[in-house]
Design a protein around this ligand. Structure first.
Ligand code: XBP
Ligand code: MG
Length: 252
């Protein structure tokens, strides 16, 4: 009789912004501010203000809500145009900037790959820059599925991106694990019934993460990872580990 668990982990679905790299404060925020400048608009998003605006997921929606709040009657059209400019700035910054993957995440992906666990992405960021960033930072990782804002009708915290990723992977929620950094991201994963590991990022350090399977401050040291993640995860994320993660999440 085989001793293998019946449902081993088959896929890990990573969020991008905040989870794979600290892209928001000095990346997207700066690109939005350059777009305001290019379009002759008198706006500049500060670090704290931008943190509050992150509650609105999706750059174009974020812009539109902000512009509507400032009385722009053409907020939707203006947001679309600004977002295109912002995306161009962000892409050139990804190409030339000093953007780095969060310490430890690439190693985690390689471990998963070597264990034949599929690696995928579900993000509310735009495909135009997401593909560039993945290629630049994780060249040796073959992402089995990449679901972006362009592929869904509803952004996180809606579960659609995660559901699409699972469909593309051919995996059930029990066979997958989500990795997120933010409350809307966690909500999206939980609503798609995936257990979710939260690795908090700069903008979400103090947030509450009800329903998370585990919450870590970083991927950095494997010993920290081992200390914070329950022992049953260390032998691989098996069906039993996922069951226990779910039970731990429910008891929070
Ligand atoms: C990320 C987002 C995105 C980025 C900006 O959230 O909401 O809007 O802030 O990228 P998550 P775009 O990490 O939960 O996916 O301008 O391309 O939207
Ligand atoms: Mg995120």
């Amino acid at each position: 009789m085989s001793t293998r668990p019946s449902h081993q982990l088959r896929a890990v679905v990573f969020d991008v912004d905040g989870t794979l790299a600290e892209t928001e404060r000095d990346g997207h925020r700066r690109a939005f501010n350059l777009a305001f400048r290019d379009h002759g608009l008198p706006y500049e998003w500060g670090v704290s203000e931008y943190g509050r605006l992150l509650a609105i997921t999706g750059g174009r929606r974020r812009l539109e809500a902000y512009l509507a709040g400032r009385g722009h009657t053409d907020a939707a059209t203006l947001a679309r145009s600004l977002h295109e400019t912002k995306t161009t700035h962000f892409i050139s910054w990804v190409h030339t900037g000093t953007l780095r993957a969060r310490p430890g995440v690439h190693e985690l992906m390689r471990d998963l790959r070597d264990r034949e666990v599929a690696v995928a992405v579900a993000t509310t960021g735009s495909r135009a820059w997401v593909t560039v960033l993945l290629k630049r930072l994780f060249q040796d990782i073959a992402f089995t599925a990449v679901v972006t804002a362009d592929d869904v009708t509803r952004l996180k915290p809606d579960p659609e991106a995660y559901r699409q990723a699972l469909a593309a992977l051919g995996a059930s929620p029990e066979e997958a694990l989500a990795v997120e950094d933010s409350p809307p991201g966690l909500d999206a994963a939980v609503r798609a019934h995936l257990p979710c590991l939260v690795v908090t990022s700069a903008y979400h350090r103090g947030a509450q993460f009800p329903g998370a399977a585990a919450v870590l401050p970083s991927y950095q040291a494997m010993d920290l990872f081992d200390a914070a993640v329950p022992a049953y995860l260390r032998g691989g994320v098996t069906a039993e580990a996922l069951r226990r993660l779910r039970a731990a999440a429910r008891s929070r």
